[in-house]
Ligand binder design. Structure first.
Ligand code: ZN
Ligand code: ZN
Length: 258
C-alpha cells in the first residue's frame, strides 16, 4: 500500500552501539531501491557518541553518494523538560537533517515528567527552527497531550516520526504510536516512517510501522518519505540542504527527473 523511498533515521558504527559503516549503509539502501538515506548518529549525551568534530565534518561525504541522496544528520537528545537539545549552532549550520528524541539516559533534567511538562517540552521543540523530525515520541513515561502538540508540529513543519524499531524494542510505546498516527491523520500532519537501523540489514525495515498505518488507513499523501518529489519538496522548503550544500539544486533536480 505504501512505497517507502527513503530511510531518514539510521545509525552507523560511529554511534558505537551500531555496527555498519556509512558505505555499507549506502550500499544496502541502494540495493533495496531507496533514493535517500540519512545517517543520524547520536549526539553527545548518549554514552559512546561520536567526538566533537564528527557532525561538523560530516559534509565531507558527498550529498549524492553511489546514486543515493545521503543527508548528513544527527539524532539530538532532549536534555530537560524545557526541550533543551545537545546540538550546538556550528553543528546545526552544517547538518542537513536533525531528529530530536528523548532517550532513557537518567538525565537529571528529565526527572519527574508529567503530561503537562512534556506537552510544554514538545511545544518548545516544535518552535525550534533547527529540528526536522520528532523522533519516537510514544513513550508512556513522557506522554504529552497529542491533541495540543501534534497540530503545532504540523504548523511548524516538524515531521512526526513513526519509528518501526519501536515496535521491536519499545513495546510499551506501541499503543501510543497508533494514537499519535491517528492524531496526525485527524489533523493532516505529515509523518516520517523510519527504521532507526543500527545495522545495514535493518535499512528499509519498516514493516511493523507500515502494518499499523495500513490498519488505520493512514493517508499515503501524509507520509513524506513515500514519494520522492514530496520528500524533495520538503527538503527544499524546510531544511538547510539547498543553502549548505554545493550542487544541491542540481542533484535534487536530477533525482526528481530520474
Ligand atoms: Zn532514538
Ligand atoms: Zn535512533
Amino acid at each position: 500500500m505504501y512505497n517507502i523511498i527513503a530511510d531518514l533515521h539510521t545509525h552507523t558504527l560511529a554511534s558505537t552501539h551500531a555496527y555498519s559503516t556509512v558505505q555499507e549503509m549506502v550500499n544496502s539502501a541502494r540495493e533495496k531501491g531507496l533514493a535517500a538515506l540519512a545517517v543520524t548518529d547520536h549526539a553527545r549525551a548518549m554514552p559512546g557518541s561520536p567526538g566533537p568534530w564528527f557532525f561538523t565534518s560530516l559534509r565531507e561525504i558527498p550529498l549524492l553518494y553511489r546514486g543515493v541522496l545521503l543527508l548528513a544528520g544527527m539524532e539530538t537528545n532532549v536534555l530537560d523538560l524545557n526541550g533543551t537539545l545537545d546540538i550546538n549552532d556550528d553543528e546545526l549550520n552544517k547538518l542537513d537533517w536533525v531528529v530530536a528524541s528523548i532517550h532513557n539516559l537518567g538525565l537529571e533534567g528529565l526527572k519527574n515528567p508529567t503530561v503537562e511538562k512534556c506537552t510544554q517540552l514538545w511545544l518548545n521543540i516544535a518552535h525550534d527552527p533547527g529540528v526536522n523530525v520528532i523522533g519516537h515520541s510514544g513513550s508512556p513515561e513522557f506522554k504529552y497531550d497529542y491533541e495540543t502538540v501534534i497540530p503545532e508540529f504540523g504548523r511548524c513543519h516538524k515531521l512526526v516520526e513513526i519509528n518501526s524499531h519501536s515496535f521491536d524494542v519499545r513495546a510499551a510505546n506501541i499503543p501510543n504510536c497508533r494514537e499519535i498516527a491517528l492524531c496526525c491523520k485527524k489533523h493532516g500532519v505529515p509523518i516520517l516512517v523510519s527504521s532507526d537501523a543500527h545495522f545495514e540489514t535493518g535499512i528499509k525495515d519498516h514493516a511493523s510501522a507500515l502494518r499499523m498505518l495500513e490498519e488505520i488507513d493512514f493517508p499515503e499523501e501524509l507520509i513524506v518519505n513515500a514519494d520522492l518529489n514530496r520528500l524533495i519538496d520538503y527538503l527544499c522548503a524546510h531544511t538547510r540542504v539547498l543553502r549548505n550544500r554545493k550542487n544541491a539544486e542540481e542533484i535534487l533536480r536530477s533525482l526528481r527527473n530520474a
